[in-house]
Design a protein around this ligand. Structure first.
Ligand SMILES: [Zn+2]
Length: 393
């Protein structure tokens, strides 16, 4: 059995049908039972050993995770991973026209889940035997702010992961070899007392909006400092303010001011470093202005950096040479995803590979040709790792 023979077995029609059926089942983050069961049924039908896990059910009863296995020889396990949830934003109803599938999740990332299933199906139907194993994992709770990777983290915590992983979202001709970490922050400034007319405010009463304004100024100064240190491929660390609110009437002194935003940081740093940075600033401002300031800083994902000899990097580049005839362009990424969980929590080499356009937009779409190409790349990767056993072995 050789790669060429496997590639010849890919079915564009099956890819189209599965992708459309997945996109037709809405699965906003936190509510992915139906799509998970649909995907599990499909994998079971093609002959995989499927396990549905409700490990995060205590907090998220509607976000099961699944693990599906194709067992081969005693070699290592390649994991293909994807998230089944989509952002909750409105999108036109799913449809397929001229070989292009449109709908919420078409790109992000039911496209990847579809190609993973097709790669497994091709292997099953060909009778090819792997030197090791193939593990497909799929889960919810990916998309922030509702999800922060709890589905995948729970699988990893239960020891369910491969020796190397490909997360099937992202780009097909680029390899993201470095990714920034990201935390989100919510800062609430409160003064004592009630909301009062500006003229009745006690002398010297702190003004939460002005304290907030000064605090934002300090965050922007810090951002300018960060901007002076370039990080190759991703650009510098950053602080972004997305929400600033306070006050309810033009001449009333409010009691609170709320600020929210993101903090993106170098892969060598951790969420804990960022926590310290924010605590220092918030404590200083609270003391200076006699207000209380609450800080809710949450990790979305840590960053990651692939070493030159990272196995996922080598395997994905080898697959690109086989299928595209040229290597992937190595880039960095500022947004966060699940490679960081696999790298930092499971401790395994992992990389992204995906297709589609308009993730999170009002026109997510992916072509059937792209689904075929991703499946080809995944099969080529599988032939490199764990590899196909010789006939008769
Ligand atoms: Zn995604």
């Amino acid at each position: 059995m050789q790669l060429g023979e496997l590639l010849g077995r890919i079915s564009a029609q099956r890819l189209q049908d599965l992708a459309l059926s997945l996109v037709q089942i809405p699965s906003p983050t936190g509510d992915s039972v139906q799509v998970t069961e649909h995907y599990a049924d499909y994998l079971r039908r093609i002959g995989l050993e499927v396990e549905l896990r409700y490990d995060v059910a205590d907090r998220f009863p509607k976000s099961p995770s699944l693990a599906a296995r194709l067992r081969g020889g005693p070699g290592p396990t390649l994991q293909l991973d994807g998230h089944l949830d989509t952002i909750p934003a409105e999108h036109a109803a799913p449809y397929c026209r001229d070989g292009i599938i449109h709908g919420r999740g078409a790109t992000d990332m039911k496209s990847g889940l579809t190609a993973m299933a097709e790669a497994a199906r091709v292997l099953m139907e060909s009778g090819a035997r792997l030197k090791g194993n193939l593990l497909l994992t799929a889960h919810g709770l990916h998309e922030a702010p509702t999800g922060r990777g709890e589905g995948l983290s729970a699988l990893v915590a239960h020891g369910i992961h491969g020796d190397m992983a490909i997360v099937t979202e992202g780009r097909i001709r680029e390899l993201e070899v470095v990714g920034l970490g990201q935390s989100t922050f919510e800062i609430v400034i409160r003064r004592e007392g009630e909301v009062v007319h500006e003229l009745q405010a006690p002398p010297g009463a702190p003004h939460p909006i002005l304290v907030g304004h000064e605090l934002v100024g300090r965050l922007l100064e810090r951002n300018a400092e960060l901007a002076r240190v370039d990080i190759p491929l991703t650009g510098p660390e950053s602080i972004f303010i997305g929400i600033f609110e306070g006050g309810d009437f033009y001449n009333r002194l409010p009691t609170t001011c709320r600020i929210m935003g993101t903090r993106r940081y170098a892969p060598e740093k951790s969420h804990r470093d960022i926590q310290r940075e924010f605590e220092e600033l918030v404590d200083e401002m609270a003391r200076k202005h006699h207000v209380t300031i609450s800080l809710d800083l949450r990790k979305t994902r840590e960053g990651y950096r692939m070493a030159e000899d990272n196995l996922a990097r080598c395997v994905l580049q080898a697959a690109a040479r086989d299928i595209l005839g040229q290597p992937l362009v190595e880039v960095g990424q500022r947004s966060v995803g699940d490679v960081s969980i696999l790298t930092r929590e499971a401790g395994i080499p992992a990389g992204y590979l995906g297709v589609g356009h308009g993730a999170h937009s009002s026109n997510e779409h992916v072509s059937v040709d792209e689904l075929v190409l991703l499946t080809r790349m995944l099969l080529a990767a599988i032939c490199h790792y764990p590899g196909l056993a010789e006939a008769g072995n």
